[in-house]
Design a protein around this ligand. Structure first.
Ligand SMILES: C[S@@+](CC[C@H](N)C(=O)[O-])C[C@H]1O[C@@H](n2cnc3c(N)ncnc32)[C@H](O)[C@@H]1O
Length: 192
């Protein structure tokens, strides 16, 4: 397995700086490849503009009305809002993100989408999720776990907060080979 050559706090600082400095998200053209027009209908323009994911986890999560859903690394909130729509007001949608400004942006989008009553965003790290053990039915995540320098720790936290029989639906980037040192020490490779 590849060993990282940067320290964990350095990697988190690189990621924090990269995402704080972004002027906006990945662009509407990318979003329109990942989400159908029906899914995007009613999603605020800001949430679409700020989408930075690599897939569409909600489509595959099989969410039921009334479930508690956690979006790990919720960014501008597009998937949290889609999840909130699927579970309805008897459920609870929670997004966590490393950056307070992402949480505030996502909450504004949730208000605009009309799901704020059962949706919240908390500043938290995926390696230390501020939720009780066995409190979540479904964890979703989109393009986030690859950014962690402690992926095992992040997955252990996800396991801890999931109820027995809970589900995890992740879209992410993976490598199945050792990476060369120039990639392992590249700030832009870690953050991008
Ligand atoms: C590629 S973006 C994806 C955002 C969102 N899931 C989406 O699909 O638009 C990665 C997000 O993960 C957040 N993030 C990075 N490292 C994190 C960590 N250790 N804990 C929680 N969130 C983190 C970033 O602040 C950023 O909002």
């Amino acid at each position: 397995m590849a060993q990282d050559l940067l320290h964990q706090h350095e990697i988190q600082e690189v990621v924090r700086r990269a995402y704080s400095a972004l002027p906006s998200g990945g662009g509407r053209a990318v979003v329109e490849k990942l989400y159908s027009p029906e899914e995007l209908s009613g999603i605020p323009a800001g949430a679409i503009d700020w989408a930075l994911g690599v897939g569409n986890p909600v489509r595959f999560a099989g969410l039921d009305v009334g479930e508690v859903v956690l979006d790990v690394g919720s960014g501008g909130g597009i998937d949290t809002i889609l999840a909130a729509r699927a579970i309805g007001p008897t459920g609870r949608a929670i997004g966590i993100d490393l950056l307070q400004e992402m949480c505030e942006r996502a909450m504004a989008h949730a208000r605009e989408a009309g799901v704020a009553g059962w949706t919240e965003f908390r500043r938290a790290e995926m390696e230390a999720i501020s939720l009780a053990d066995e409190s979540v039915d479904v964890v979703i995540s989109n393009g986030v776990i690859n950014l962690s320098a402690r992926k095992g720790r992040a997955l252990a936290e996800i396991h801890r907060v999931l109820k027995p029989g809970g589900r995890l639906c992740v879209a992410d980037l993976v490598v199945d080979d050792d990476l060369p040192p120039e990639v392992l020490t590249s700030d832009s490779a870690w953050a991008g």
